[in-house]
Design a binder for this molecule. Structure first.
Ligand code: SAM
Length: 273
């Protein structure tokens, strides 16, 4: 990487005053950014997809680590600064101007890419759900390294019996390993958001046999949609669900948050067969 001006100067030079509507909270501390870029593991020669490079802090760190980065940014004000990052990295950055929600990531980055992003909070959860959903598994991505509000990060990695455990935890954990990799203080961002943040790291694991993602999603939506109710009540609208609980030896008087991810998977397998 050829030297680039400090991020603070880049932001001032290009007038990148943060837009709330675009979820812009920039990270400027290069050491912190290098630590985040190490979370996926060695990146030399690896392809990385980044949503929302902004002024390019994380992008630079991913490039310093040796990655080939494809980045999609909605705010065209950032593009000249990112073009400089591309020039300094001998063309290892491919820039796409557009909305990450409307992109076919696999078409632009191929299979086996890492995804790393300090996500815009307004679309972060929707993107995660998209990357974890669908019947086709393993996914196109090799790992996800994503910044969320701490509260969302805790819901992704939550264990049964906790108030954070719900649909997102089951969705994230039934066919991937999900870890909270790093907490990040609000003061690390410019401007600082109201709440703390955290980076989660997910890697795909083998999908359990004979389980439909759509059926599992229907079960968790019903079960956690009325999380204070007994499963007998919350699942009554799903044909066969209460009988399936009994056949699995799960007491229908239990509440959703007491079931393990495996319990939900077994239930989905039984309802799908
Ligand atoms: N990566 C930079 C950093 O860490 O300093 C910026 C992160 S900031 C939290 C989120 C970035 O996502 C902003 O640059 C914003 O313009 C961009 N963004 C917001 N919505 C987007 C969308 N739908 N598609 C692509 N980029 C988006």
């Amino acid at each position: 990487m050829k030297p680039l001006p400090p991020l603070r100067e880049v932001i001032a030079a290009h007038g990148l005053n943060a837009s709330k509507a675009l979820g812009q909270n920039f990270l400027l501390d290069e050491q912190l950014l290098d630590r985040i870029a190490r979370i996926p593991g060695p990146l030399a020669g690896e392809r990385v997809y980044e949503v929302g490079p902004g002024p390019g802090g994380l992008t630079r760190a991913l490039l310093r680590a040796g990655g080939e980065v494809v980045a999609v940014e909605r705010d065209r004000r950032c593009l000249p600064a990112l073009a400089d990052v591309n020039a300094a990295s001998d063309g290892r950055l491919t820039l796409i101007e557009g909305d990450a929600m409307a992109i076919d990531e696999e078409a632009v980055v191929g299979r086996g890419a890492h995804i790393a992003s300090n996500l815009p909070y307004n679309v972060g959860t929707a993107l995660l759900v998209r990357w974890l959903s669908g019947e086709s598994w393993p996914p196109f991505w090799k790992s996800l390294t994503l910044m969320f509000q701490l509260e969302v990060a805790e819901r992704i990695v939550a264990k049964p019996g906790t108030s954070a455990y719900g649909r997102l935890a089951v969705l994230a954990q039934w066919r991937s390993e999900a870890k909270l990799a790093m907490k990040v203080h609000r003061s690390a961002f410019v401007p600082p958001p109201k709440v703390m943040s955290a980076v989660v790291h997910l890697t795909p694991k083998d999908a359990p046999e004979g389980v439909s993602a759509a059926i599992l999603e229907r079960i968790t939506a019903a079960a956690f949609g009325q999380r204070r109710k007994m499963l007998r009540r919350s699942l009554q609208a799903l044909p066969g669900a209460v009988e399936a609980l009994e056949r699995l030896g799960i007491d229908p008087e239990r509440r959703a948050e007491t079931l393990s991810v495996d319990d939900f998977v077994n239930l989905a397998r039984m309802l799908g067969s």
